[in-house]
Design a protein around this ligand. Structure first.
Ligand code: BEZ
Length: 212
């Protein structure tokens, strides 16, 4: 069964570089980003993991934990960490699942056999504290991910969970938002958006980001 947005993220127990992970328990009351990479000791993956280690405080600011996976064993990950630290000028500071038995990769559909029948693609799952899958993004092995985009998506999810807005194309934290079309009551609009709004079309109303 493929995973869809809104599904409860499949739970699992698997070994990692930081010991055994019981996934739902590990997530706790945080958001979580679970991302797979094709293989240890490969160049693009080395830059990705190094970058995530550097910006881990940005995930923490958003109450989000990060965890990576590849279908290599934990021992291999640990040996590779020394290369990541040295070449990316960082310190690996988050767990990487050892998924040599492909338990998690299969559970999350991270192996796309027509792309590669043994290695995981670059999947990203953003999971909320209720353990619901809120975002899924898939990149090919040849393209390193933009982790700033993943932070941006978390910002959008956390904002739109609390205010009756959605975020437009290329929005960044602090930018104008759109008011959800379902909200039509004038009194409620004034109460929710005291800074006002612009009506470009009846269905397209822009407002300053409500929590800024
Ligand atoms: C890499 O991370 O550099 C990589 C991994 C698998 C295929 C191609 C590139």
């Amino acid at each position: 069964m493929s995973i869809r947005l809104g599904d409860i993220a499949p739970d699992f127990t698997q070994e990692s570089t930081e010991g055994t992970i019981h996934f739902h328990q590990w997530i706790g009351n945080s958001w979580a980003v679970l991302f797979s990479h094709p293989k240890d000791f490969t160049p693009v993956c080395t830059t990705e993991l190094g970058y995530v280690a550097k910006i881990k405080p940005e995930f923490e600011k958003r109450n989000a934990k990060v965890i990576a996976l590849s279908v290599d064993p934990v021992d291999s990950h640990k040996k590779w960490f020394a290369d990541i630290d040295e070449t990316q000028n960082t310190h690996m500071n988050f767990p990487v699942l050892g998924d040599a038995d492909r338990k998690v990769a299969d559970l999350y559909g991270m192996i796309h056999p027509n792309a590669n029948d043994t290695l995981t693609v670059r999947s990203v799952f953003i999971i909320d504290p209720n353990k619901k899958v809120r975002t899924m993004i898939t990149y090919p092995a040849s393209t390193g991910r933009n982790f700033d985009e993943i932070l941006r998506v978390i910002d959008s999810l956390q904002l739109t969970d609390h205010f009756k807005v959605a975020t437009p194309a290329n929005w960044k934290d602090g930018g104008d938002c759109v008011i959800v079309p379902a909200l039509q009551d004038e009194t409620e609009l004034k109460q929710r958006f005291p800074k006002g709004w612009k009506v470009l079309r009846p269905y397209l109303r822009m407002t300053p980001q409500p929590n800024k």
